[in-house]
Design a protein around this ligand. Structure first.
Ligand code: UDP
Length: 239
């Protein structure tokens, strides 16, 4: 573990929505730059960082299916959306002077590398930020599940879930003034209370691999590195 930090290697899951800022759709570049700064700050502490980026700001398979598309085809479009986001985030992180690699679960050889587990390990050892794109490469999954999967494959010490609020609440704190925040939860609590943190397959996978999930606000500057250093605010999900 690098000095003054709690983790050696972490995976950050960032939803597509986190990239759209105040606009209701697409990629807001000032927002992407801000997130890239957070990532570069954690990287500069000596921590190895990899990322899974969602695609919900551009396209979700479920909404395509709701409009009559075949679900698997709509999900393919959703996975393509995550590649667009990954390239935007890659650009922004490299602007911070940090080397990156995008690895896609769906090979797109002229845009980025294909996902090869052992090669991804090597990139992380060489202190490159690895951005995993195209989710798991399979329809009917989400990028939350992809995040838990890659975190397990990369032997990460923690899975960070960046959200718009500073942890898991009893209900949506943006609409319910009575909502209270959890300091800690077990994986089983999250599943049995059906808390909207990550989908059930992601929680189960993290549980099986014994990887703690830290839910925190990616919208609040400095939180990511604060938590890495042992402070900050997050809900910790573990056994
Ligand atoms: N997707 C998929 N398989 C995966 C990951 C994602 O088919 O392994 C598709 C799915 O259609 C999903 C879309 O990609 O709706 C975008 O991902 P997600 O909804 O997880 O993005 P987020 O909500 O994190 O922005």
């Amino acid at each position: 573990r690098p000095q003054g930090t709690r983790f050696k290697r972490v995976l950050l899951k960032c939803s597509g929505e986190a990239l759209m800022g105040d606009s209701g759709y697409g990629i807001d570049f000032p927002t992407v730059t801000r997130i890239a700064e957070e990532i570069a700050a954690v990287h500069s502490l000596g921590v190895e960082v990899c990322l899974v980026i969602g695609g919900g700001n551009i396209f979700r398979g479920l909404s395509g299916a709701a409009r009559g598309m075949d679900r698997a085809t709509a999900d393919s479009m959703g996975m393509m959306a995550t590649v667009m986001n990954a390239l935007a985030v890659q650009h922004a992180i490299e602007e911070q002077g940090v080397e990156t690699r995008v690895m896609s679960a769906i090979p797109m050889a002229s845009l980025c590398e294909p996902y090869i587990r052992r090669r991804a390990h090597r990139h992380l050892e060489k202190r490159r930020v690895v951005i995993f794109a195209a989710g798991t490469g399979n329809p009917f999954f989400t990028t939350d599940t992809a995040a838990a999967l890659r975190a397990a494959e990369m032997n990460c010490d923690a899975l960070f879930k960046g959200t718009q609020v500073d942890g898991v609440y009893t209900s949506d704190p943006k609409t319910d003034p009575e909502a209270t925040r959890f300091e800690q939860l077990s994986y089983l609590d999250v599943l049995s209370m059906d808390l909207k943190v990550m989908d059930a397959s992601a929680i189960s996978l993290a549980r099986e691999s014994d990887i703690p999930i830290l839910v925190f606000s990616i919208g609040e500057a400095g939180q990511f590195s604060e938590i890495i250093r042992g402070g900050g605010r997050a809900t910790v999900i573990g056994n």
